[in-house]
Design a protein around this ligand. Sequence first.
Ligand code: DLL
Length: 445
Amino acid sequence: MAERRLDHGKKQAFNVASAPDYLPLPQLRALQLERLQSIVQRTYERVAHFRERCDALNVEPSNIQRLEDIEALPFTVKDDLRATYPYGLFASPMEEIVRLHASSGTTGKPIVVAYNQSDIALWAHVMERSFAACGVHPGDVVQNAYGYGLFTGGLGAHYGAEALGATVIPISGGQSDRQIMVMRDFGVTALCCTPSYFLHLLERATDLGVDWASLPLRVGIFGAEPWTDSMRERIEQESGIRAFDIYGLSEIIGPGVGVECSAQNGPHLFEDHFYPEIIDPETGAPLPDGEEGELVLTTLTKQAMPMIRYRTRDITAIDPEPCACGRTIRRIRRISRRSDDMLIIRGVNVFPSQIESALLRVEGTLPHYQIELTRTHGLDQMEVAVEVTPEILSDKVSGMEALQKRIGHALEQVLGLRATVRLVEPQTLPRSEGKARRVIDRREV
Ligand code: DLL
């Protein structure tokens, strides 16, 4: 089934909206510099918080003469948004602000982000380019299962797909049975949701006896949470669609900061609007292309709430190699972790994505897992619950024990740590309509 649909993605015609993806480099850099100078000036004039930070560092907008001069500017971090909650970083008066979104933090108040008319048009534009890069075109029927509401996923994808001229079904997240009915009855060809929710839909469709292979679905535009290449392989193999990685964050605009092209080799960043840097997360020092570190983004054209040198906490590297698709905007490696989702277990640094890729390499596992951390007598314990295929469950006890051992071994090899492995029946771990919750940390701080 996998091969049957793979070629459809190549249908992608050169789209006028995506022309800026192919600018000659000198032109792109000149455009970035011009835009950087202008946004720094605007923010300095209109946002007291930014001006005070600049003054403290003795830097002013006229110091930005080359792109590298950006390094003299102060960083913006999530705490700056919290400290100025809700409206303190706006660079437009309220009469010009036409939309607010918010992203819930793990603690306390959400962070609030604002858009004026021009920002909404910019967002639709970068999302239109995103859909075009994934091979979506007018005539496609796009089921948008990202949540509509304060979350940026739903409305962000919605306006982009409309701008492209595709047909949008604004179904939002949840109600899986209805999603599947709509997918089948409306002839859906492209689906937007988190990768974990897609897995859930796939599973539910099987339960309902829907013949997945008979559906015209061709493309998945998946993001909002980390997922690995092993997860992509599973998804593509089981569903026969092509799964593209879309990246974004509320503080910068929402979805549409970057997206993969038909080469599926890491997201291209829309650099003409979002200027990337990679820094050492410990020292803040800039790192060269190719080296892994924290992604820092500057919005070059967003007006209502510009973000200058925003520390995303997302760990990646800029890949300067030209891409087979011919786009000149650079790619980043797929984001598999954040600097703040690192778990320290018995002194060892562990990222949930490492666990995912180790698990999925073992045959007999399903791509549903959960990590639970506890502490007994001062010692951290890690239990990894993983769903297994019905064939494994119907096998002899010895088969299950062997699988448990193989998983334990795979985890130990990757993490250098022993974990208790619990094999569970299919569909017993909680499913999410949006971002999956993979880790339950019950250790007391
Ligand atoms: O998740 C925006 C979005 C919606 C992106 C739909 C893609 C699709 P936030 O809720 O503010 O915004 O969360 C942003 O999610 O800093 C990353 O840590 C993570 N994230 C987003 N996309 C990806 C991805 C939306 N493709 C935070 N891979 C970001 C890995 C991702 N992590």
